[in-house]
Write a protein that binds this ligand. Structure first.
Ligand code: KIV
Length: 285
């Protein structure tokens, strides 16, 4: 495993030794047990979902980060269930192998396990998601238990939980100091005990993420949490060099934004100079 991100422009990703035909919920734990790193990327539409699926990404997260990455919102808070249902349907329609996980948006699950159930049912029934992701620890353990019992797989999300950005006071590293670390570990154990199938760990110190990962039988998927997690997730626009600004923990594995800008410029120039459409694009009769 290289120590630094590599330039993958010409190198196809090597499939994990036990790569299943279809990555399903039990594959998460199987990957952890086999010591194979789980790959997750966000996806918000069918076009990119197909590309990521064919590249071998194990899990596609229809994140509420669609709000600040695609819809022009300042945060994830305004995102609605209807918006994520549409995005999930698009991603699920393109995913041949990847597991599709959809976020429950802010304000659509916190009040009660019954509210979480109603929202999750929409994500699976109308969107075609395979699992849902909820932010929070012990506070939502009963939600996780009810969903799990109802056949709805749940991915937890601890550390920096962007839906709580007002309470947290910004996008800050979480779990620093012994007391905060113990709280986070207790939250992770409670989610696992309630039935969660994996936990996203966002922006926490790497030693804490490693400690949580080795304390759980279910996998952790890190973002800004170091290499000791059982898998990694990135927002795809950060991964592809499409974002105006990206967090320090992200890495651009390509410069898709530049390629798209160049293609658009070429198109504009060709139309203006009337070299497009050419004879090969034209119906003579
Ligand atoms: O919504 C999202 O994209 C997420 C990831 C940052 C994990 O929750």
């Amino acid at each position: 495993m290289p120590a630094t991100p590599r330039d993958t422009a010409s190198a196809p990703a090597a499939p994990a030794a036990s790569t299943p035909k279809r990555y399903r919920v039990p594959s998460l734990r199987a990957s952890k047990e086999a010591g194979e790193a789980i790959t997750m990327l966000t996806a918000y539409d069918a076009v990119t979902a197909r590309i990521f699926d064919e590249a071998g990404v194990d899990t596609l997260l229809v994140g509420d980060s669609i709000g600040n990455n695609m819809l022009g919102y300042a945060s994830t808070l305004p995102v609605t269930v209807d918006q994520l249902v549409v995005a999930t349907r698009a991603v699920a329609s393109a995913a041949r192998r990847a597991l599709v996980v959809t976020d429950l948006p802010f304000g659509t699950y916190e009040a009660s396990p019954a509210q979480a159930h109603a929202t999750s049912v929409r994500m699976l029934k109308e969107g075609g998601a395979n699992a849902v992701k909820l932010e929070g620890g012990r506070r939502i353990a009963e939600h996780v238990r009810l969903l799990t019992g109802a056949g709805i797989p749940v991915v937890g999300h601890l550390g920096l939980t962007p839906q709580a950005e007002n309470a947290i006071g910004g996008m800050k590293v979480q779990g620093r100091g012994e007391a905060a670390a113990e709280r986070l570990l207790a939250d992770a154990l409670a989610l696992e005990e309630a039935g969660a199938v994996a936990i996203v760990l966002e922006m926490i110190p790497a030693p804490l993420a490693e400690r949580v990962s080795t304390s759980l039988a279910i996998p952790t998927i890190g973002i800004g949490a170091g290499v000791g997690c059982d898998g990694q997730v990135l927002v795809w626009t950060d991964m592809a060099g499409m974002a105006d600004w990206a967090p320090r923990f992200a890495h651009a594995f390509g410069q898709v934004g530049e390629a798209l800008a160049a293609a658009s410029r070429d198109y504009v120039a060709a139309v203006r100079e009337r070299s497009f459409p050419g004879p090969e694009h034209t119906f003579a009769e």
